[in-house]
Design a protein around this ligand. Structure first.
Ligand code: ZN
Length: 246
């Protein structure tokens, strides 16, 4: 089975379309680690697509915020503005769909799917020291997470934790051979608002039969996504940051 792994699309339709074009023909089903909405200006289009195309998904903190099922007082101001704008734009059925997304982890035969971490859906896994104690929560050999908007991950190998690297700025992909004896925690990166200093949309393809994981980056029309954000009257910062990937 070949799976397209997406996360943190954040209503960025231009980035999502570029990813789907780039990945065409390389996968059988789609998984998403949450945050379909928030930040960018095409929430209804992205949710429409997700409802018909994503096989397994978990909710993100922005999905809960937009659905009105979570407190957003700890969001920064631009995130809060975008959340309230999204809430005002979406039809009831889309808000209900966001509210119906499950909290992670979602378990399938071969993998588990989470937003933040397998222990806490809101945890930001930004360093090895935070990941190290999570091996007891790894109930499948492969676990996918999102939330940090940073492509990469870790593997538990003999002798400790080893980071997995994403493509360099000059590369479009990085392939990881998955060893059946190791555990893998993998972040596909953010489709719609990368924060790893690479503005290209991020995603991953996992071929469980061949035991291959491919991290990919793809250029998209950032200017079009920015214009849409500005036309919607959303904070300028949310448009600007897309160009820097942070
Ligand atoms: Zn996010």
């Amino acid at each position: 089975m070949r799976r397209l792994i997406l996360s943190d699309i954040h209503a960025n339709l231009e980035a999502l379309e570029a990813v789907l074009r780039d990945a065409q023909g390389t996968y059988d089903e789609i998984l998403c680690c949450g945050d379909f909405a928030g930040y960018c200006a095409s929430p209804a289009e992205v949710i429409d697509w997700a409802r018909g195309n994503v096989r397994h998904a978990v909710r993100g903190n922005h999905d809960r915020g937009c659905a009105g099922t979570a407190d957003i007082s700890d969001f920064n101001l631009p995130a809060r503005v975008a959340t309230l704008w999204t809430r005002s734009q979406l039809p009831r059925e889309d808000l209900d769909w966001l509210a119906s997304l499950p909290a992670g982890p979602v378990f399938a035969e071969e993998f588990q799917l989470c937003h933040g971490s397998p222990a806490d859906e809101d945890e930001y896994l930004l360093s090895s020291s935070l990941v190290e104690p999570l091996d007891e929560f790894m109930l499948r050999p492969v676990c996918f997470v999102g939330h940090t908007h940073i492509q990469g991950g870790w593997s538990w190998q003999r002798g400790g934790l080893l980071p997995l690297s994403r493509p360099a700025l000059t590369e479009s992909e990085r392939i990881v051979d998955l060893d059946p004896d190791y555990l893998y925690l993998i972040n596909p990166g953010s489709v719609g608002q990368p924060r790893d200093r690479d503005p290209r949309a991020a995603y991953a393809v996992w071929d469980s039969g061949e035991r291959l994981l491919t991290f990919r980056r793809v250029r998209y029309d950032i200017r079009a996504a920015q214009s849409r954000i500005l036309e919607a009257g959303l904070p300028e910062l949310l448009a600007e940051r897309l160009a820097f990937g942070r």
